[in-house]
Structure formats: C-alpha cells, structure tokens
Ligand binder design. Structure first.
Ligand code: LRH
Length: 484
C-alpha cells in the first residue's frame, strides 16, 4: 500500500494513533502514539482536558513525520454525547463537561414532564440515559450556551482544530437523542425545548466524508506530514461495529471497553413498544445501518477497582486472581446508577452486596470475579431479550475491543449465554475508523468487503459454551425481576 492511514481513537481512559498498513490482502496496525485520558474536577464539574487531547494528536502526527511518512489520511473517533461550546471566533468557551458529571441527575424526569418519554423515543429511537446530550444541554449554563456560536461534539471539535472545518457527523450526533429518525435531521421540537435552533450545530454529514487538509500553520509550526482528514464513523462504538468481523444475519456484537455495548446491526430502525420498554437504542451507523444496542457498565468497573489498588495489579493480574474465584457468587445489577461515578467502586460494590444480603467480595480476585460474573449475566440476559425483540435466534456473539482479550470473561459469557463467542480484534475501533476512510477513498468497495478484510487480517478466538450455568442465569433473572 502506498497510502498511509491513521486512526485517532480516543476513549474515556486512553487515546492512540494507529497506523494501518495493507499488504498481501491483510491489514496490520502499528501503534504510533498512546496517551492517557480522563476527567478531572475543574470549576465545579468533571471535565475533559480537550487541549491536551489536541496536543497529543499533534505529538502523534509529529512522530509519524519522524518515521519518514510525509502524507497520511486520518480519521478521528471518540466516546459519544459530550460536546464543546465554541464562540464566534472558533475558540472553546470552556473545557467540556464529562457525561459522568452529576449535573444531569433527574434531568430526564424534568424534561419528560414537558415532552413525554414515549414521544421522545418515537422521534429519536434513542435509549434514555441521563447523560445524553439532550439532558446535558438542558442543564447547561444558559448564559454560556447563549454565548456559543456552535455546539461541537468532541470528535467534530478535534477535526475542527486540525482543519478549521466544522461538521456534525451523524453516527455520533444520533447519540445526542436529538436527531429525528424519520427526518434524518435535528428534531425542531426537541431543540425548541432547549431554546435552540439547528444552526447551533454545524451541518450534518455522513460517516465517510472528506473534511479537509490539516491547517498549514499547524504543519509548519510542528513539522507535521500532509494530513487529509476524513470524517469517519466518529462515534467510537460506530467504528467498532464497522470493524466487527461479522458474517451472516444472526450475529450480535459486544463492543467491550470502558462501556460494554451489546446489540446487533439493523438495516431498519426498531423503535416499537417492546424496544421502548426494554430501553434499546437505535444509534445511527455507517452506511445506513443502525446500532440496536444497550449500554452496560463495562470495564469501567474494573478500571476503577484497578485504580483504587494504585497500580499494584495489572488488568491481566486481576483477571488471573479472579480466575481462582468461583463465578456467580452474588447477583449485582451492574447498571445501577451508583456505579456510574462512585467515589469508591470497591465500596459501592461491597455496599450493594451487603444491602442485598449477598456474600460481600473482599479480595481483588473476588471483587473482579463479582464484576465479570455480573457483566456476563447481564450479557446473557440481554441476548435473550434482544432475540425476543427482534424475533430471531442470535447464534454468534462477536466480542471486540480491549475487553475481548479477557479470556475468562469470554468463556463465562459463552457459558452463561449458551452462545458461540468470537473474540477480536481488540483494536476494532481503530480498524473500523480506518476502514471507513479506505471506503471513502475507494480502496475498499463497501462494508462487507471491509469486514472480510478484518476476518482475513486478525487472529480471532472462538469460545464454545463449556459449562452449564443455566441455573445461575435463572437465579439472576429472578433477582432482576424482584428489583423491578
Ligand atoms: C463508548 C461510548 C458509548 C457511549 C458512551 C458515552 O466509549 O461512546 O457508546 O454511550 O461512550
């Protein structure tokens, strides 16, 4: 391949620049640059350091140039829902507030007193989560919002500081819960509930749109290569689904990172009463698809536990300790709000078990096994619900993302859900980011060709159900029933 593709992939806990190489019909990825991400309390809120993210992208691009590469095509993806307020001159008004900040507490019930939940779901098909942009904007500082010329979602803002071009990419914009499924535009009624008009956002564009070249002043100041920025599927989960090596029609995906996003890809959205009741989302995917999924608390819980042990255990050491503990010893609703941003995840888990009269996990291994077991139980329960809503038997679960490296959790999931699990690639998000850029350039024909390239390029691991945990799942389902 003579063209060089770079994925900028930034999640809640880390970011990276990955360089793709295509040789003999296979893609290989090289990590060029990695950096930490996280939010901090600043001026009364949990905020992301957006300038730091911009500076790390530049630092990564400088490394690309130092490696002798003079020309690259680049796409950016990040986590969803958060935004930067930008003034008339294109300057940020403040650092963006994290979706885990508590400012949106009770915002759903307040806003839905004005426009019903059913109506919002009928319009948007998006799951109710207190952190959706809709509720964040509802709770935004109104003076600041007034001052803003544009509201830019995080990856759009990063593309803007590189190129000076502002767009609103739809795979990510759909997670705002403000796009109208039918019209394909921002919903004017929802905007007016917020006192906004559509021109507060840059024009909507599809994933796979050329954005522009990097600004000349950045190139010369930092000695960067020539960079063509393509607006890829800028929501990390949308990119991960593109990078999922799925075949046929009966597959589900689990994008396993800070969040676990469990669902399937649809060609037609599904926002009927059953989907509403089950709070499934129809996020817009690349190439006219929908990510019909549910957010599950995910590896965030283990990340928090690891942090509390102050780096004494790596993730693989924690998994090793967990593997010595018997699974499913307690039932925990991992999506309980208390786990979203607790001062101590360990204490939150222990308090939950205590309150529900369950065995309280103490050691690192017990704590992590309690999390893995209950993630796997949640997945298994949701897979059966997903099959029911869609009226079909899902036969394969493709697990992608960093969490797909956790063999113990993959096997537990296969066992509890009674489904074949195919794990990998762990870098599906960066892969999907690059695949959309390649399709945009005509290097690949379409989504099926892109997924074939993933299957041909990356080692995937299959897990068949081995142990019978049917009883544990039934117990868990009773437990969840009682919580309702
Ligand atoms: C995963 C993710 C997820 C969103 C959440 C805010 O990184 O983008 O799809 O719901 O972050």
């Amino acid at each position: 391949m003579n063209k060089h593709y770079i994925a900028v992939d930034i999640g809640a806990s880390s970011g990276r620049l990955m360089l793709a190489n295509l040789e003999n019909g296979k893609m290989t990825l090289t990590e060029i640059h990695r950096f930490k991400n996280g939010f901090k309390q600043v001026a009364g809120h949990d905020r992301w350091d957006i300038d730091h993210l911009g500076a790390e992208i530049i630092a990564g691009l400088a490394k690309v140039k130092q490696a002798g590469i003079d020309e690259v095509t680049l796409g950016i993806d990040t986590w969803a829902v958060d935004y930067v307020l930008v003034d008339e001159a294109g300057r940020k008004l403040a650092d963006p507030i994290s979706y885990r900040d508590c400012r949106t507490k009770d915002a759903i019930s307040e806003l839905t007193a004005k426009i019903s939940k059913e109506e919002i779901y009928r319009k948007t098909g998006i799951q109710f989560q207190e952190f959706n942009t809709l509720y964040q904007l509802y709770r935004e500082d109104q003076a600041l919002l007034k001052q803003a010329a544009k509201i830019m979602l995080v990856p759009d803002y990063l593309g803007y500081i590189l190129t000076g071009k502002a767009v609103t990419e739809v795979t990510n914009a759909s997670t705002t819960q403000m796009l109208n499924l039918r019209a394909g535009l921002f919903d004017s009624q929802l905007l007016s509930e917020l006192g906004l008009q559509a021109d507060k956002f840059a024009p909507l564009v599809d994933a796979g749109t050329y954005l522009g070249p990097i600004k000349a002043e950045l190139r010369s100041k930092y000695d960067l290569p020539q960079v063509r920025v393509v607006t890829v599927a800028s929501h990390d989960t949308a990119s991960a689904v593109v990078g999922t090596p799925a075949v046929g029609d009966n597959w589900a995906f689990l994008s396993s990172g800070t969040w676990s996003l469990l669902g399937t890809e649809l060609k037609v959205s599904e926002n009927g009463p059953q989907a509403y009741q089950a709070n499934y989302t129809n996020e817009w995917g690349a190439y006219g698809t929908y990510r019909f999924l549910k957010n599950i608390m995910g590896m965030w819980m283990v990340q928090c536990i690891a942090k509390e042990y102050q780096g004494r255990y790596s993730f693989s050491q924690l998994a090793q300790l967990a593997s010595q503990v018997e699974p499913c010893q307690q039932f925990i609703d991992v999506n309980d709000d208390r786990f979203l941003n607790p001062p101590s995840m360990i204490e939150a888990l222990q308090a939950y078990c205590h309150e529900h009269g369950q065995k309280v996990p103490q050691s690192p291994g017990e704590l992590v096994m309690a999390v893995y077991s209950n993630l796997a139980l949640y997945y298994a329960d949701q897979l059966s619900q997903l099959g029911q809503i869609l009226g079909k038997q899902l036969t394969t679960l493709n697990i992608v993302g960093g969490g797909s490296n956790v063999a113990l959790l993959n096997q537990l999931t296969a066992d509890l859900a009674g489904i074949k699990v195919i794990a990998g690639p762990s870098e599906a998000t960066a892969v999907g980011n690059i695949l959309v850029a390649m399709i945009t350039d005509g290097e690949l024909a379409d989504l099926p060709a892109a997924r074939k390239l993933v299957r041909d390029s990356f080692a995937l691991k299959t897990y068949q159900p081995k142990h019978d945990y049917a009883q544990a799942l039934v117990g868990y389902q009773h437990f969840k029933e009682e919580l309702r």
